[in-house]
Unconditional design. Structure first.
Length: 85
């Protein structure tokens, strides 16, 4: 068993505008939890600079502790984190 990973311990910085990106959504993709980060400063086009971080579901402490965290939610809103079909 690997050590758990908590996505909240990771900061995501944009290599284009040099500011921290914001966690925008969460989705499940098979064995992976996929977190999407985007720039929110209007400098970057999120479609270009968006970052996807994939964490193996079995070691993802954040999703386990907050199972209701929403896919598609913004600014930490709570939701269902529904699986991706
Ligand atoms: Zn940026």
């Amino acid at each position: 068993m690997n050590d758990p990973v908590n996505i909240r311990d990771i900061s995501v910085k944009c290599g284009n505008c040099n500011t921290y990106q914001t966690l925008m959504s969460f989705a499940r993709n098979g064995e992976w939890n996929v977190y999407t980060y985007e720039c929110e400063n209007g400098t970057c086009d999120p479609k270009v600079t968006r970052t996807l971080i994939e964490v193996p579901a079995e070691i993802d402490a954040f999703a386990r502790r907050d199972p209701n965290w929403r896919g598609g939610g913004k600014h930490g809103e709570i939701g269902d984190g529904a699986p991706v079909d």
